[in-house]
Design a protein around this ligand. Sequence first.
Ligand code: C2E
Ligand code: CA
Ligand code: CA
Ligand code: CA
Length: 279
Amino acid sequence: SKSSGRGRYHLFSGDLHVDFQRRTNLERAMRGALSNNEFYLAYQPKVSVADQRLVGIEALLRWQSAEFGMVGPDEFIPLAEETGFIVQLGLWVMNEAFREFSEARLHFDPDLRLSINLSPRQIQHSDLENDIRDALMTYDVPGKNLELEITETFIIRDRAQCEAFMRSMSRVGVGFSLDDFGTGYSNLASLKNLPLTTLKIDKTFVSDIELDQDDRTLVNTVIQLGHNLGLIVIAEGVETSGQHSFLHQAGCDEYQGYLFSPAVRMADLIESYGKKVAH
Ligand code: C2E
Ligand code: CA
Ligand code: CA
Ligand code: CA
């Protein structure tokens, strides 16, 4: 009826108002959050599917806001991207990840990869390449230990610039993982000639593989595709042993997910998986 329609409208506009207020306040708070030390990194293990050996860690940004409590990256990263703050924040992430990684490295296999997420905006900031080279040098981390996670949006934004950046980075051994594969454009032609090293199957495809034949087919196809292109294939969001068995049988190389571990602080990572070393 008309009146219930109006009621819904009022509710909806009320929510929009609350959303807008929150966004505005978050935006403001975010700018102060860097100097207030409210950001920190958590690291999620990447393990081999076959023997659950630790092969890498992905740095994931966390914001413990004095004003809002924990704010999830799915909420504040898009905001930071829209406002351009991600350029400054992304640089902080990189330096913090390198700093913690360089201190922790002696506890782990020397081949352990550090993965860092990049936003499209960061590449338009022309210093990205130099910032990464600086960080590699400052923290004495070999290029082959670094992997940058990018999305199709990142590639499509400015193809020529992106390709040049990737080629230059890959010459010093830096790897590139295509994140969220299958969720975006999925224009296979756009992946041609890019120096990718890893294909990451998005968690939305992993979550239903026990139930949905189409998702199983899709995941199998992506694994074949990745392998045909000479890439490592990693699945994210693995939560059950059923999903793990399927991925094992499908020949997937690595996985991330709550089944093994959520993202944790570096000290916990060392505690749980690091080898004891003399100080
Ligand atoms: P992403 O890069 O696709 O990261 C995977 C997300 O899945 C992470 O969420 C991770 O905590 C979560 N996850 C891991 N295992 C499981 C699982 O078994 N089940 C489920 N349901 N989820 C799982 P998180 O940490 O909330 O990050 C969300 C997104 O925020 C990331 O998605 C990434 O796009 C962005 N993000 C996080 N940190 C950074 C950063 O430093 N820079 C940039 N540019 N983006 C970041
Ligand atoms: Ca990622
Ligand atoms: Ca993803
Ligand atoms: Ca994502």
